[in-house]
Design a protein around this ligand. Structure first.
Ligand code: FAD
Length: 450
């Protein structure tokens, strides 16, 4: 007998309930990945994520080959390809992960329409699956704290060992896509390498020491002391369940703070599962009449706003395809509140570049910052200068990412407009594009008048 294991957001062999269930259901398994036309056409497959995905697929293929199998790759409509593979191999069941975006929910519904009871869905993406904890037995939690209290009490299943053998039947496969095959355009120069093997190497390093200082340093921009595991979690090279178990085994305030962030990931996903339209519609509409200020948006994208901390973070995004969480908060607040530009404009730019770019986490964090999401303080505006004092007090993060300012010492780097004219005149760095306090006042007026 044959079963299909459709890989989607779980590109790993370790602790993979989908692969495990497929292997249990049949003697042979088709480990299938479909490069979906619709996803490619949607603009979601950007150079950074395409390159990372290619690494993940190559690594998955090699892990499967080490177990006597291989990855089967197809291009086309995912449902049509699954049905074709099922016809070619006589597969009785298809196994896949439960997922939350509108696209993923439609994919599952379409599969069920054509394959009926042969479709088996498993929880392999989250620590606590959507719907497992709900207020009053249904719907979703709209506020994190009560969600987290319940989340912390859920008994998380034990991680599964990777299979020793994956017997694969004879079936046609297309070539594995290379790093540049899925899109035009160059990936960011300092993009991390994808794949389960790299993921676990990084996770072991993280669990072995730096996690202990996470509670103290997670907001320190220059310290760069977060795990940087987000792309591996996004593509499922790492199991969130296994990572949670391992972090809890380390224990202490650092590990606790880290596990709390993994709960944020589940929180946004349970929200999107219940309200998929929140990916593009305001979750809590505030009647905003957003400004359309093209020149400012261009300056923001390029990291040329004249506010060094905002610009440093935007440059990090372009260079690494990743940005520190504190940077994401500051730059998003600058766009959505200081410039008062529609959060969707910023979210789109982040999705274009982030290697961890994720519908649930990106769109709902943007909404959280813009105050149209699940934030209980929706009108708070982050002042980049106050943020600089707290989270980059010596200016090291700015000097790392804004070479035009590299020669300015200490915290003075955050206010280049105050430098003596002789120095300022030499810098190829713009004057501030807006007045922070006037713009913050404009935003508060707009929100309070609603
Ligand atoms: P760590 O601090 O080491 O945290 C560990 C893991 O917890 C992360 O890898 C991530 O999976 C999860 N996590 C951490 N913070 C959050 C959070 N606020 N919400 C949900 N999950 C979280 N994260 C993405 O994975 N993809 C995105 O597209 C994304 N877009 C964002 C956009 C904005 C405007 C903001 C404010 C945040 C966004 N985040 C996103 C959340 C967060 O910034 C990143 O997950 C984090 O910076 C990744 O770095 P890390 O792996 O070192 O995180």
């Amino acid at each position: 007998s044959v079963a299909i294991c459709l890989f989607t957001a779980d590109l790993r062999v370790r602790d993979n309930p989908v692969l495990r269930a497929a292997l249990k259901a049949a003697d042979e398994v088709v480990p299938l990945f479909v490069v979906d036309d619709r996803v490619c056409a949607s603009g979601f497959v950007t150079p950074n994520r395409a390159a990372f995905l290619a690494d993940c697929l190559a690594d998955l293929d090699s892990a499967l080959r080490g177990r006597g199998g291989r990855l089967v790759v197809r291009h086309g409509d995912v449902v049509r390809e699954v049905v074709a593979v099922a016809d070619e191999t006589g597969a009785g069941t298809v196994h896949l992960a439960r997922d939350v975006s509108a696209f993923a929910q439609r994919r599952e519904a379409r599969l069920r329409r054509v394959m009926g009871g042969r479709v088996r869905v498993h929880d392999s993406v989250q620590v606590v699956p959507p719907g497992a904890v709900t207020p009053a037995g249904r719907g979703h939690f709209a506020v994190f704290s009560p969600y987290f209290r319940r989340w912390g009490r859920v008994r998380v299943r034990e991680p599964l060992a990777g299979p020793e053998r994956v017997p694969v039947p004879a079936v046609r496969s297309e070539r594995l896509p290379g790093r540049a095959d899925l899109t035009g355009g160059e990936p960011s120069p300092f993009l991390p390498r994808g794949g389960e093997e790299t993921a676990w190497r990084r996770a072991e390093d993280w669990l072995d020491g730096p996690i202990d200082r996470y509670a103290d340093l997670r907001d320190d921009l220059a310290a760069d002391a977060t795990s940087r595991l987000s792309p591996y979690l996004h593509f499922g090279c790492l199991s969130a369940v296994e990572l949670t178990h391992r972090a809890r085994a380390v224990g202490g305030p650092g590990a606790e703070a880290f596990v709390r962030q993994l709960a944020w990931r589940d929180f946004h996903r349970q929200l999107l599962a219940d309200r998929p339209v929140a990916a593009h519609e305001d979750y809590r509409p505030r009647g905003d009449r957003w400004c359309s200020d093209d020149a400012s948006v261009v300056a923001w994208r390029r990291g040329r706003t004249g506010y060094p901390l905002v610009d440093a973070a935007m440059r990090q995004l372009a260079a690494e395809g990743w940005m520190h969480n504190r940077g994401r908060l500051i730059t998003a607040s600058f766009l959505a509140k200081t410039l008062y530009v529609d959060w969707r404009v910023g979210a789109r730019h982040f999705l274009d570049l982030l290697v961890d770019g994720d519908v649930a986490n990106n769109q709902l964090n943007w909404q959280w910052v813009a105050g149209t999401g699940a934030n209980t303080r929706p009108n708070q505006v982050l002042d980049p200068l106050a943020q600089a004092r707290r989270f980059d007090p010596r200016g090291d993060y700015v000097r790392r990412w804004v070479p035009e300012l590299a020669e300015i010492e200490g915290a003075a780097v955050h206010r280049p407009w105050l430098l003596p004219e002789a120095i300022r005149g030499r810098l190829d760095y713009p004057a501030p594009i807006v007045d922070l306090s006037a713009n913050a006042a404009r935003f508060r007026r707009a929100r309070s008048g609603m």
